[in-house]
Design a protein around this ligand. Structure first.
Ligand code: GLC
Length: 679
């Protein structure tokens, strides 16, 4: 089958399966977000302490135009790409001061007497103290704002790399179209992979989580976005949620969303029929906890992009959202606000030791709660639920920011933990035994940088790095601004480990030997540095790119995109790569994996127009209190963070520009300018 043939492959049958109307494509139009008025920000002095800087940021926020309290306003349409520029908008001066010397940070003094015990104990926590005496150089990507990318991109254009990447984009769009799945002649999703050379296994169906980057690519597509497939997908999966779900006589919760579905043709009835999997056919028989969260997040993206509130306000859609939330907010025996899960209930859908309270689910849970908060219609029925959501958001953010966060200082604290503390005054709240800290983490942790660890539960901290979770934490503003900076610092400092030759490691490090044996149950697909066990997944590029833009560090994403462009298409868009540096196409990787294709497209569409980020990112919720934490070198906020208006806008919706120009206009102009060499 040639690439161009595939778009014709539409089932010809008609059926009455769909319960909700699928409107014809609605053209995207409308005004950009409301203009933000200019306001002056007192500058931050270089010698300010971190606390003073925080105070200063908060003061600055107070004097900026107030962000909307009306949550619905958070759903304002994302800026149109084709925003016309009036003459009066010709000159926009961005008030950014770039002086990399300002970002020099002093390392914290090393505590005296770390001494012999510490060094001799497998060279553990004292290792950082040597570096403590050196001055940290600024992270390479700090100070490279979106504004500074413009001349660089123009250079790329002149040296031909632009042409190469645009042909890759064309190929990607064509291949993506080949994976479309139709129901009643309407597109409702995409196949997980279209690889004629490999056995189908379960890749011949629409996975809810896999469809998210495809949906975003369709929403961000230029010049003509394609929201129809996204709307159809949302309605179709909502319809499936309404099915009675029974596995071995056990009925699953009403709100459970499918992991995947297939469209099949019933030749007897002469119509398309659906077959859905809620975990019963999955490899470990685990229900996909992430599906419902992704569904809510995508509903917000659709609404944000199209400005079409009618879908999210539809009673059935409101009900679907509430059913998902009911599943997660019901009372139980919990003492933590996090969700208790079985292994394999999300993207890593095989046994990998991520049972308990895995950060991926917690970050998605937080993200979905915040999206639902914007979309739930207030009525007597919903108000109680909205209150519960608000309380849970507060508790969840406190718990995760405080107990999942790891940086140099926190690692050293845990290393020195006492155990057997019983009362509420306990410092070591979960009774983590310091000897259980794995050796690798002492080497991995840079002096500057930090991340949310994989899991926290009684006497157990899973110190592994997982990329999805850290990016979702940034996009949902679960990570504070300082934590976001620290995560980016870590990615940059540990580039070889986390990005390597082919972006991006799903988890670090790999489980090997005896540990692999007992944690994965000897899973031959998850051998060390392969698949979920330290493999490299191209799809993750979109998440990294979105997080980098939100963090004001697009340069990191650009570097990863360039790396990927050297091989992804030539290698046939594989599902994953193997090896410590991700050098080899994965042993059992499907080729033409749809989310590898759409992940690349979304990354490109976002780096080319950062205002697309608004579709998948939430501003900081200023009502959420920040936990008191001890701060290491990573806990700094440079003056750049405050003064870069684009960065500031992405965080708070506020910006400081001259001429009362709203920020979306500026990003548009930047990227329009980028294409026409205007700037
Ligand atoms: C694998 C992945 C899972 C994905 C599915 C379809 O099972 O682990 O996350 O959804 O393939 O691509």
């Amino acid at each position: 089958m040639s690439l161009s043939d595939c778009s014709e492959k539409v089932p010809s049958s008609v059926s009455d399966e769909l319960q909700f109307p699928m409107d014809d494509y609605q053209a995207i139009s409308g005004a950009s977000t409301a203009e933000k008025s200019a306001s002056s920000i007192p500058s931050v002095q270089q010698n300010d302490t971190t606390d003073e800087i925080w105070r200063s940021i908060n003061n600055n926020r107070d004097c900026l135009p107030k962000n909307r309290d009306d949550t619905r306003e958070g759903l304002e349409r994302a800026t149109s790409l084709k925003c016309a520029l009036g003459d009066e908008e010709q000159v926009v001066v961005l008030t950014i001061e770039h002086d990399s010397s300002k970002h020099l940070q002093s390392a914290p003094e090393s505590p005296d007497g770390g001494g012999q015990d510490v060094e001799s104990d497998k060279e553990k926590a004292g290792r950082g103290s040597l570096e403590n005496k050196t001055t940290l150089k600024p992270s390479p990507s700090v100070g490279t704002s979106l504004v500074l990318l413009v001349p660089e991109a123009s250079n790329a254009k002149s040296n031909g790399s632009e042409a190469c990447s645009s042909s890759m984009m064309e190929e990607a769009w064509e291949r993506l179209r080949c994976s479309f799945v139709y129901f009643q002649k309407k597109p409702v999703g995409t196949l997980a992979a279209v690889d004629p050379s490999a056995e189908d296994l379960n890749y011949n169906q629409v996975f809810v989580r896999d469809f998210v980057p495809t949906a975003l690519a369709c929403l961000m597509k230029i010049p003509d976005p394609e929201p129809e497939i996204v709307k159809n997908f949302l309605l179709k999966t909502l319809h499936l949620q309404g099915w009675k779900k029974t596995i071995d006589n056990f009925t699953l919760g009403e709100g459970v969303m499918p992991a995947s579905f297939k469209v099949m043709y019933d030749s007897f009835q002469e119509k398309d029929v659906l077959k859905a999997d809620f975990g019963g056919s999955a490899i470990g028989r685990v229900a996909p906890v992430d599906s419902g969260f992704w569904w809510i997040i995508l509903l917000r993206s659709y609404t944000k992009c199209t400005g079409d509130y009618t879908l999210s306000e539809e009673p059935e859609v409101q009900k679907g959202m509430k059913l998902i939330l009911d599943l997660c907010l019901s009372d139980g025996f919990d003492t933590y606000p996090t969700l208790l899960c079985a292994d394999g209930c999300s993207m890593i859908d095989r046994r990998m030791g991520i049972y308990g309270y895995p950060i991926e689910i917690q970050a998605l849970f937080f993200f979905a709660l915040r999206c639902a908060q914007q979309m739930l219609k207030e009525d007597t029925d919903s108000n109680k639920l909205i209150e519960r959501i608000e309380r849970r958001i507060t508790a969840l953010s406190y718990h995760i920011r405080k107990y999942y966060w790891l940086d140099f200082t926190q690692l050293n604290n845990i290393y020195r933990y006492k155990t057997e503390e019983y009362s509420h005054t306990a410092v070591n709240k979960f009774n983590v035994i310091p000897e259980s800290i794995p050796d690798w983490v002492f080497d991995f942790m840079p002096l500057r940088g930090g991340y949310f660890i994989g899991n926290v539960s009684p006497a157990r901290m899973d110190f592994r790095w997982f990329l999805v979770d850290n990016c979702i934490a940034i996009l949902s503003s679960l990570a504070t601004m300082s934590q976001t900076t620290a995560i980016m610092d870590l990615v940059e400092e540990r580039w070889e480990d986390l990005i390597g030759e082919m972006p991006l490691k799903i988890a670090y490090p790999a489980l090997e030997g005896y540990e692999w044996n007992i944690v994965t149950g000897c899973d031959p697909k998850n051998t060390r540095w392969s698949y979920h066990n330290g493999g490299s997944w191209p799809v993750l590029l979109w998440l990294l790119t979105a997080a980098c833009i939100k963090a004001g560090r697009p340069q990191i994403a650009k570097r990863a995109i360039e790396l990927m462009e050297q091989r992804l298409s030539k290698d046939g868009w594989p599902e994953y790569y193997d090896g410590k540096k991700g050098r080899y196409v994965g042993k059992q990787a499907r080729k033409h994996q749809t989310w590898s294709i759409s992940g690349y497209l979304v990354a490109k569409l976002m780096i080319e127009n950062p205002s697309n980020l608004a579709m998948i990112s939430l501003e900081e919720d200023k009502k959420i209190e920040k936990p008191r934490l001890t701060r290491s070198a990573s806990w700094t906020c440079s003056s750049f963070d405050i003064l870069d208006p684009i960065h500031q806008f992405l965080w708070t919706g506020d910006c400081k520009l001259e001429n009362n120009t709203s920020l979306p206009d500026v990003t548009n102009r930047l990227y329009e300018g980028l294409k026409s060499d205007e700037i």
